[in-house]
Ligand binder design. Structure first.
Ligand code: ADP
Ligand code: MG
Ligand code: MG
Length: 886
């Protein structure tokens, strides 16, 4: 470990390459040695040797063994002990360690070098027979398991017996006399299982252990883990051979794991656990109750102090929070591993900000260290760490599955979609529990607070639907034995019936019995606010929001939105008080009737817009004119038919019947074979200009009124679904005349612009012509995706599109993540063409993709001015936009 300089000379002073060669564990052990931190001496066999071994038909490459012996001699010299020496033996561990940490995926063997003779020497040297027997049985057990492939249960069963015989609870209470028969039994197991004796030759032990670690790179566990995490299979693992230090030499010894800061909350405090009189993985194995690290401050204050100093020093050195393994041998502290600690989203955000404040990193790096997904996760409701831990202690953790869709959910178990839907509609919180889900289940899933399945993985139907609708989900929870007939599931002896409360954590994959309290994210969390403030300094892309109502606009502004990129006006038509007026307008038989209905709508719309302008004082507001086909404001054709039939039978003279028949007539008139491609958007405006004229009048009257109050209004009027420039030209003429008329009446000038959505492929293709009339573009990528794919969203999502995703025909749902290859080309073209006509053309996106990090990166790359997304996604978009710029 003390020849790092030589390694660096070989691979260049490139830490990434050093880690590639030595593995993360080996590189950090060497670095700690160089820093003068107490690390037991040892050496690293490189990942290249591992690859050579595996590719060479599992033969040690020429010269390797000689180099191992040479390195071992240097360790012997440092330790003043000899490997295999019958009087003063050196013991070593043989530890795996790849470039990227793969926790628990590969193997490690401790106490190599022990045999019947050296065991006695260790007993003499330490004057502790119990200890010597304990480490020998551990070697037999680990060697038997890791190197010889014997199931660990065989050994554990023997230990269980020994504990029972001795009448003790813990291994550490067993005496030498208890261990002696265990050791003999272990040897017998090895003989029985492998047909030969445990190798007494320490060098043979070492060679076999090294080979076993090499081979563990291709073990099933490791291969599965790499497949799941995208770590290349070609990297290989390094092997670290390291002198043993012992945490099981009595009460002044121990072993533990410590984080330099709290990885759950982000708080700047040592966090971790330790055990007295224990070795290696006893802490993780959970065989005895561990002590919190704070206890060490009382038990061994000097050691605690030293550990604290080292943790802080490593943190400063590696400029990140460290996860550290340590062992205390008779009052001396040894560090056995350090690596960057895994963390929750909340902790990641706090670490990033604290590190900048402490001068360890620059804001730029802090921004890059937090992923948009972490911000998203931070914004979900969650179970607090102490709540989870308490529930686990209380035995309420039922099972653990795949964390498929983040967030915490609490609800009553429902075992089919119809029940889930019925309960959901009745206002009961539901967790829908199924073996797996199918497209038929979607209606129940979206009515649920959370989804739990026994089968499937991250790309199962349940997982995809859950993420799509932002519903927390745990899938592939194999421990659940679901009986849909009896409407219950079992985990071991526990039975959960329909209606019982469950709490699931889609971020960790945990399933709890009962109701756990959730906490809502603090949107004004000072760490998040600071981090996003830095992100704003780096991003060049604006972040706006889609909001129809003043309260949504206010929320968007609170989250940092710089404008409204899409205010839909038709939502305002659907209010209970307004729908009858809208229907009267649609049904009008004379111009007077229509004018009267519109006149009623005018003040209502005006009030809506005034609210928006006030909230967005000083910021741009893009209002889109009515877009959907008119029949969306009328009852469904089929419903009407049924009602009319019933009235004809029961009450043939009622005036209601006549009214309904009139409605039916209108619905029939407006019915379209393909409404998505029918009379909507600008087309509707051209056929019935009065509606859009009324809307423009309402906007400008509202704007003038607000301006007179001192509100700074920046109004942009957006015309939807334009395919041909002539449509836009005609509509703009009509509307701008109306706008001028209002401003003249009121004697106020409002800064305004007329622009269009780019959502029909033809508009994108002819963007240069469109830009002659449009003063701004906004990509409506929902429609643009539908029309480019020729895929009706309503028919595809929740139906065959999910098959496409499950079968891997499409890499992602194109309605969620922008189809860069297809739709993206149209966007790029439209930006280029539009700006040849109008170089300062402002271009944004207001489809749902505006809140998706990958899509945001693309929007940045093609030079959009801003993205507009739902208010809740504004924080995510701010960070994603910064990442795109950095
Ligand atoms: P993993 O990668 O699974 O954590 P490690 O190689 O880190 O495996 O080792 C497993 C356990 O054994 C750890 O707790 C580690 O601290 C301990 N350990 C490894 N080598 C030694 C050693 N030379 N002396 C004492 N403990 C050791
Ligand atoms: Mg391990
Ligand atoms: Mg480790």
């Amino acid at each position: 470990f003390d020849e790092l300089d030589l390694v660096e000379a070989r691979v260049g002073n490139d830490w990434d390459a050093v880690r590639g060669l030595l593995g993360g564990k080996g590189a950090n052990l060497a670095e700690m040695t160089r820093l003068g931190i107490p690390v037991p001496p040892g050496f690293t066999i490189t990942t290249q040797a591992c690859i050579a071994y595996l590719e060479g038909g599992e033969r040690l490459p020429d010269g390797l063994w000689e180099q191992v012996l040479e390195a071992l001699h240097r360790v012997e010299a440092k330790m003043g002990r000899r490997f295999g020496d019958p009087e003063n033996p050196l013991l070593v561990s043989c530890r795996s360690g790849a470039k990227f940490s793969m926790p628990g995926m590969m193997d490690t063997v401790l106490n190599i070098g022990l045999n019947d003779t050296t065991m006695l020497a260790m007993a003499r040297l330490t004057n502790d027979e119990r200890f010597a027997h304990d480490i020998y049985r551990r070697l037999l057990q680990m060697f038997g398991n890791v190197v010889l492939g014997i199931p660990d249960e065989r050994f554990e069963a023997v230990i269980d017996d020994a504990r029972r015989k001795a009448g003790v609870r813990y291994d550490s209470e067993l005496q030498a006399s208890d261990w002696k028969p265990v050791i003999e039994a272990f040897k017998a197991i090895i003989r029985q299982e492998t047909g030969r004796d445990f190798p007494q030759d320490p060098f043979e032990q070492l060679r076999l252990a090294i080979e076993a670690v090499f081979k563990s790179w291709n073990g099933k566990r490791a291969v599965d883990y790499r497949n799941a995490t995208g770590i290349p299979h070609t990297l290989g693992t390094a092997v670290n051979v390291q002198s043993m230090v012992f945490g099981n030499l009595g009460e002044d010894s121990g072993t533990g794991v410590v984080f330099s800061r709290n990885p759950a909350t982000g708080e700047n405090e040592l966090y971790g656990d330790y055990l007295n009189n224990a070795q290696g993985e006893d802490v993780v194995a959970g065989i005895r109750t561990v002590k919190p690290i704070a206890t060490l401050a009382h038990e061994m204050p000097a050691i605690y102090e030293q550990l604290y100093e080292i943790a802080k020093r490593l943190e400063r050195h590696f400029r990140d929070v460290q996860d550290i393994e340590f062992t205390i041998e008779k009052g001396k502290l040894w560090i056995l591993q350090t690596r960057d600690g895994k963390r929750t989203a909340r902790a990641a955000i706090r670490f990033a900000v604290d590190f900048v404040n402490e001068g360890l990193i620059e804001p730029r790096e802090a921004v890059l260290r937090v992923s948009p997904q972490q911000v998203e996760r931070f914004l979900h409701p969650r179970f607090e760490q102490h709540v989870r831990q308490k529930a686990i202690k209380a035995g309420r953790l039922l099972a653990k599955g795949v964390n498929a869709s983040p967030g915490a959910a609490v609800g009553m178990a429902a075992f089919d979609a119809d029940t889930a839907e019925a309960w959901g509609k009745a206002g009961k919180p539901v967790i829908m529990v199924r073996p797996e889900t199918k497209p038929d289940d979607v209606h129940g899933m979206i009515a649920s607070k959370g989804i739990l399945t026994a089968l499937g993985g991250n790309s199962s139907h349940a997982a995809i639907v859950a993420r799509q609708f932002g519903i927390p989900a745990v899938v592939g929870c194999h421990e659940l034995q679901i009986d849909t007939e009896k409407r219950l599931f079992r985990v071991g002896a526990i039975e959960v019936r329909e209606g019982d409360w469950l709490s699931i954590d889609g971020s960790t994959g945990e399933v709890f019995l009962g109701q756990l309290p959730t906490v809502m994210p603090d949107l004004h969390d000072p760490y998040l606010t600071t981090l996003l403030g830095w992100a704003d300094e780096f991003r060049t892309l604006g972040v706006w929001a889609n909001a129809d109502l003043p309260k949504d606009a206010q929320r968007a502004r609170d989250f940092g939105a710089e404008g409204i990129g899409l205010a839909r006006t038709e939502h305002m038509f659907l209010g209970e008080d307004r729908l009858p007026i809208v229907q009267r307008m649609i049904l009008a038989e004379t111009d007077e009737e229509r004018a009267a209905a519109l006149a009623e709508l005018l003040p209502i719309q005006r009030a809506d817009f005034e609210g928006l302008f006030r909230v967005m004082d000083g910021l741009p507001v893009i209002i889109r004119l009515i877009d959907p086909p008119l029949h969306e404001f009328l009852p469904r054709y089929e419903t009407l038919l049924v009602e009319i039939e019933r009235l004809r039978l029961t009450d043939p003279t009622s005036p209601a019947l006549r009214e309904k028949e009139r409605l039916l007539h209108a619905v029939e008139r407006l019915r379209e074979a393909n409404p998505m491609l029918g009379l909507r958007g600008v087309r509707l405006g051209i056929v019935f200009p009065d509606v859009m004229k009324m809307q423009v009048r309402a906007m400008f009257e509202a704007a003038c009124a607000c301006a007179l109050e001192g509100v700074q209004v920046r109004l942009e009027v957006m015309i939807p679904l334009v395919a041909h420039v002539n449509e836009l030209r005609r509509m703009r003429d009509i509307l701008e005349t109306e706008a001028q008329a209002v401003m003249n009446e009121k004697g106020v000038r409002i800064p305004y612009a007329f622009g269009t959505m780019i959502e029909v492929p033809r508009a994108a293709l002819t963007a240069d012509a469109i830009a002659e009339v449009a003063e701004f573009f906004s990509f409506g990528t929902n429609d643009l995706t539908q029309m480019t794919y020729g895929l009706s969203r309503d028919d595809a999502e929740g139906a065959f599109l999910l098959d496409y995703l499950e079968q891997g025909i499409l890499p992602a749902n194109p309605f969620q993540t922008l189809d860069v290859e297809g739709v993206g080309q149209l966007m790029r073209l439209a930006v280029e063409k539009g700006r040849t006509t109008r170089p300062d053309l402002s271009v944004g996106i207001c489809g749902e993709h505006g809140g998706d990090p990958a899509s945001i990166a693309f929007c940045h790359a093609i030079g959009l001015n801003y993205v507009s997304c739902s208010p809740y996604r504004v924080p995510v978009a701010r960070l994603a936009a910064a990442h795109a710029a950095l």
